[in-house]
Design a binder for this molecule. Sequence first.
Ligand SMILES: Nc1ncnc2c1ncn2[C@@H]1O[C@H](COP(=O)(O)OP(=O)(O)O)[C@@H](O)[C@H]1O
Ligand SMILES: [Mg+2]
Length: 264
Amino acid sequence: MTDCIKTKTLLKANNIQLSYAGKTILRDINFCIKDIVRPGMQQGQVVSLIGRSGIGKTQLFKILSGLQKPTAGAVTINEDEPVKAGDMGVIFQNYYLFEWRTVGQSLQLAAKQNASLKGKEKEMIAQYAADFQLTDELQKYPQQLSGGQRQRASIIQQLLKGSNFLLLDEPFSGLDVCVLDKVTDLLLQVSVSDELKTLIIVSHDISTSVAISDTVLIMGNENGKLGATIKKEIDLVERDLAWQKDIKKEKAFIETVEEIKACL
Ligand SMILES: Nc1ncnc2c1ncn2[C@@H]1O[C@H](COP(=O)(O)OP(=O)(O)O)[C@@H](O)[C@H]1O
Ligand SMILES: [Mg+2]
């Protein structure tokens, strides 16, 4: 097993329940994301929330990001502080951008919200744009971008805000195969950019999510009960499936994907 220890709690979901007009969508959701420390490495956390379509992933995503209040329960970050809107970088499925601003203008606005970037805003935007291959797009409006470019612009926008948590709803859907590889590389690059960076990826794409995560949370209905809950948590570090290149070909990886499928 790769050498690492789990230390302080970064995020905790405490008994989350969500219902609409008496219909239970989420129930008894409990999990904890801990800081993973690897000797001699800057290692962030990548957690995948996997579940079939319609199960309640986007609802849980909104609750985790503080954008929606659960019917009961709470999400806390930084040791028992209730999460609130704006605490997390949120990347929606449709890569929300300000349509009437150029990409560069939107990024400047995001950088201004981050006090630690004061005086270095332009430099940081140029750096991210270069890293994410968007330098030529800074002058363009969102409607002039491809889906992959919109996604990268929206990731940079959230990174510039400086939040340690980055939540992504279905980041792999609607991307073609070549772009998919670039996006996974990019997310891995982000995850090691800071010890405390935590990526939470909500997805129904099992294989791609598992390949870049250290932990998988499987959402589903349990024993015929109404409402989705976390049916299983898989520690990929323990299974030696985290932080490995070309993991998709490994037998243990393929077996884990099958195990998750069977659980959905
Ligand atoms: N405002 C709402 N009122 C009632 N039901 C809702 C509302 N928003 C979402 N739902 C229901 O919540 C369930 C989960 O939706 P969602 O979280 O979008 O699923 P997923 O992201 O896993 O595909 C769906 O059955 C959906 O109909
Ligand atoms: Mg969804």
